[in-house]
Ligand binder design. Structure first.
Ligand SMILES: [Zn+2]
Ligand SMILES: [Zn+2]
Length: 255
């Protein structure tokens, strides 16, 4: 029996056929990906050269350089895809639609990238690392309330066998408004950054894989890394699908 939903899906599919995020052509029925044609998907290049996220100097494994690490908490950042072409369009698209499907298509590629870096010795994988997705922030919050970072984190977990720990990092002002904190020293502590670690027992003494979909200035990853280090994490490596580029005016608006 054909359900009402099936009829509605067919109807919507006819009126609004799924288009490739990269080139805009209608996707055929045999499509392998939900949001990309094969050509566009295959054109996505994975990175093998990395830089210090804070100063852009060359760094074999994306480690924060000796100069920048003095004032930072994020020890390393590996971004999977080169920004440009299909990736640039997909990242823009994720801001307003098809969000979950795009992340699901790309997460397999992300998993492959992680496995490759671990084999190359650029990403330490002993089995004791903990994967933590960056929580949704207000700016990237979409109507569905869906966290892309979580999809990439799950893919990294699936390929490595590492556990994905949820709800470890939370936004401070969501959890405990300043007005609720009576002790002055606690209030000051609360104002230091936007994030805090809600489950220190899971991060103490551990290497953390901090996963996000797009790293732009690195400031969100750095703020989360600070929260994790304050809770006792020994090493924090950021893993993002793409390193986005925003123009300076837009960054000002976002931050
Ligand atoms: Zn295409
Ligand atoms: Zn540096």
């Amino acid at each position: 029996m054909i359900s009402y939903k099936q009829i509605l899906d067919w109807f919507l599919g006819t009126l609004f056929p799924p288009l490739c995020v990269g080139c805009g052509f209608v996707l055929g029925d045999d499509k392998k990906y939900k949001c990309f044609c094969k050509e566009c998907f295959n054109s996505i290049k994975l990175q093998n050269r990395f830089v210090c996220v804070f100063c852009d100097s060359r760094s074999t494994a994306g480690k924060t350089c000796p100069f920048c690490i003095r004032t930072s908490h994020l020890d390393q950042l590996l971004t999977a895809a080169e920004y440009g072409g299909v990736v640039r369009r997909a990242v823009k698209e994720t801001k307003y639609r098809y969000i979950k499907n795009i992340a699901e298509d790309l997460s397999g590629l992300f998993g492959k990238f992680i496995a490759k870096q671990a084999r190359a010795g650029k990403l330490q994988l002993t089995g004791g690392e903990v994967i933590i997705p960056v929580p949704l922030n207000r700016l990237r919050f979409n109507k569905r309330g869906f966290n892309q970072a979580q999809v990439f984190a799950v893919s990294a977990g699936a390929i490595t066998g590492l556990a994905v720990a949820d709800e470890v990092i939370e936004r401070k002002f969501g959890g405990s408004p300043q007005a609720d904190i009576k002790v002055k020293s606690e209030r000051l502590k609360n104002a230091e950054g936007k994030y805090r670690c809600a489950k220190p027992e899971l991060v103490k003494g551990k290497t953390i894989w901090l996963v996000d979909d797009v790293a732009t200035t690195g400031s969100t990853l750095e703020d989360c890394a600070r929260a994790l280090k304050e809770a006792g994490a020994s090493y924090v490596v950021g893993l993002a699908f793409a390193k986005g580029k925003l123009n300076k005016n837009r960054i000002k608006k976002l931050e």
